[in-house]
Design a protein around this ligand. Structure first.
Ligand code: ADP
Ligand code: MG
Ligand code: ZN
Length: 626
């Protein structure tokens, strides 16, 4: 794709303004010099003037504030008869002049003429603008944008051309996302087909995923596949020093885009403008600018209905949870596409893409590299292959060998250490059993959600693996049994570790936190405890955003507080025993799935369903407290 910065119209306008400014400046200079340029009168010291007055040589004097001009009576041949001097504050001068019979007059107080007044009002602001423009230009890196173009969107436009076109073939390991986006490509290519049947083409698609997983690349590929122009801008570029600039830029961007429709607008880092408005309530000082920008974006997205040529807004974020709910409503970013870190086979495919671009030695095993890079995002893998090539070149070799790639892994890992984790093999095993524990317990517990995916691909620092449960139906009410099931599911991971390894790791901290929270809410908020009765011991209300989730307790007696604690403890203990019993009863299945996931890293869909189908719920007697 070819990159070009859009037009430079503002520049010409500034040429004209500059000319006018210079003209004014010149006039101003002249108006200052006018009185002096009229006559060339020799200047003499004041003392000489006084002497001449005293000697009676002065005929007449004309006194102004900054000059005394006088005529002498007996000027020598060829010498000037009119002289000037600079006045000194001298109260006696009039008296002296009168004594000597000098005819004198003073100038009327200087009244600024209309022209100079005008200048003194107009020029300073103009100079100010000039300076402002100068700085603005420098700030924008000398681009084509001037002071009054703050409102221009700084979007770059890519127009796909044949050689540099990015297509889906350049993106690997994110098959689900590709399938979803394929549909978008079709919308862009054949909008008539959808319009004819009366279908509404989605306006916004949100790509969600960690950095470097190929979100930007994917959206370029959508443009490339559909052969439409592609506007790319980062959310942070909307928000600037000047209030209102962001909103104006959004407007400008959509106007430009509509002219080029069908096309794609890609907003990177959407969270920079789309942060939840209510979530930032605790922040002192307004977020007016961001909010205005966000509102404008929403307005624009609501605006372009009924266009026969679609403008589709793609956006990317790695913090979907911070986004304002208004953005996710139908008609806006109602489609969300998960772009996750690739699994084993995905990593292999990405490595293949990049290995094709370098000269690989005979017999290099990319599978091995893929196995050793669990947790790498696409960008890390691209980086890895490049590092390997650099190492080979440094050693004056003509091909990249296995050892180069192995060393490159270490380099990339060192760089990654701060951002995310790469698991050691023994850690990976613990994570595998832990997640399968969640999955088996979660599958057998009531609560209207089914286990959809188990993954041991690390996601950032916090989660080393995860088990994804999707609700089978939309539920607003949870029964006591559901909640107990949720607690047991959360403890399933830790229970599996206990059963298999006989010890526990720090990996379950977050599970325990959430399990305890649910148990506390059951007792304190929902009145689900038999012994404590339907009383709400927690104070509801206040801000959930500021309070950080934990409610302050009502004032209760010590005895009640102890009883609450005991009840919470009891709930968690019972759930723990249940999880242990279930996993003991399904030990063979636990081993089976764990070994499978250690192989493939991700199990989902029908594969997972089939595996979990053979799990059995132990009898009630087994579930009773041990
Ligand atoms: P994101 O926008 O998700 O942070 P990018 O799309 O900017 O990530 O990815 C950066 C680079 O990493 C891409 O230009 C590409 O070279 C490489 N890359 C990332 N993900 C993939 C992938 N799934 N397939 C191929 N290359 C990828
Ligand atoms: Mg990006
Ligand atoms: Zn867990």
């Amino acid at each position: 794709m070819a990159l070009r910065q859009d037009d430079n119209r503002p520049n010409r306008r500034f040429g004209i303004i500059n000319l006018v400014l210079i003209g004014f400046g010149v006039l101003l200079l002249f108006s200052n010099f006018l009185p002096n340029t009229g006559a060339q009168v020799p200047r003499v010291p004041y003392s000489l003037f006084i002497d001449q007055v005293n000697d009676g040589h002065v005929k007449r004097a004309y006194i102004t504030q900054d000059q005394i001009r006088y005529e002498i009576t007996d000027a020598e041949e060829g010498a000037p008869s009119v002289l000037a001097t600079t006045p000194i504050f001298d109260m006696e001068l009039p008296q002296r002049l009168e004594q000597k019979g000098v005819e004198f007059a003073a100038a009327p107080p200087k009244r600024p003429n209309f022209f100079t007044t005008l200048l003194s009002w107009v020029v300073p602001p103009l100079i100010f603008i000039l300076v402002l423009q100068f700085f603005a230009r420098r700030q924008m890196g000398g681009g084509a944008q001037g002071a009054l173009s703050f409102t221009k969107s700084k979007a770059k436009v890519y127009v796909p051309d044949e050689e540099s076109r990015v297509t889906f073939a350049d993106v690997a390991g994110v098959d689900e996302a590709k399938t979803e986006l394929n549909e978008i490509v079709d919308f862009l290519k054949n909008p008539e087909r959808y319009a004819a049947i009366g279908a509404r083409i989605p306006k916004g698609v949100l790509l969600v995923g960690p950095p470097g997983t190929g979100k930007t690349l994917l959206s370029k590929a959508v443009a490339g596949e559909a052969g439409v122009p592609f506007f790319i801008i980062s959310g942070s570029e909307f928000v600037e020093l000047f209030v209102g600039a962001g909103a104006a830029r959004v407007r400008d961007l959509f106007e430009e885009a509509k002219k080029k429709a069908p096309c794609i607008i890609f907003i990177d880092e959407l969270d920079a403008i789309g942060k939840s408005r209510s979530g930032s309530m605790g922040v002192v000082g307004g977020n007016d600018e961001r909010e205005q920008t966000l509102n404008q974006l929403l307005t624009e997205m609501d605006g372009f209905t009924g266009q026969d040529k679609p403008v589709i807004v793609l956006a990317a974020t790695n913090q979907p949870e911070t986004l304002d709910a208004a953005l996710l409503r139908p008609g806006r970013f109602d489609r969300q596409v998960l772009v996750d870190r690739p699994d084993l086979s995905g990593r292999k495919k990405i490595l293949d893409i990049y290995a094709n671009k370098v000269k690989l030695a005979e017999g290099v095993d990319l599978d091995k590299i893929a196995q050793a890079t669990s947790g790498f995002a696409g960008a890390d893998l691209a980086n890895l292959v490049n590092e390997g090539a650099l190492l080979a070149a440094r050693a004056y070799r003509t091909t990249v060998e296995q050892k180069d790639l192995n060393e490159a892994i270490e380099r990339v890992v060192a760089g990654l250490e701060k951002k995310s984790r790469v698991l050691q093999p023994d850690e990976k095993k613990v994570v595998a059993y832990h997640e399968v524990g969640h999955a088996i317990v979660g599958h057998l517990m009531p609560g209207g959600s089914k286990v959809a995916k188990i993954s041991i691909v690390p996601r950032g620092m916090a989660a080393l693996g995860y088990t994804l449960q999707l609700p089978t139906e939309e539920r607003f009410l949870n029964s006591k049994e559901d909640l107990e099931g949720q607690i047991a599911t959360l403890l399933g991971g830790r229970s599996a570790e206990e059963i298999v390894f006989g010890e526990v790791t720090t990996g379950a901290a977050n599970d325990l936190q959430r399990a305890t929270d649910i148990a506390e809410q059951m007792v304190g908020t929902y009145g689900m405890s038999d012994t404590l009765g339907p009383l709400a011991y927690d104070k509801q209300g206040g801000s959930r955003f500021l309070g950080g989730g934990s409610n302050p307790r009502r004032s209760v007696s010590d005895a009640t507080a102890q009883a609450i604690d005991k009840e919470v403890r009891g709930l968690v203990d019972r759930a723990h025993n249940r999880a242990l019993a279930i996993l003991h009863g399904n030990r063979a299945l636990l081993e089976d799935i764990a070994s499978k996931i250690l192989d493939k890293e991700v199990i989902e869909g029908d594969d997972l369903k089939d595996l979990l189908a053979s799990s059995t719920l132990p009898s009630e007697a087994m579930l009773a407290p041990v």
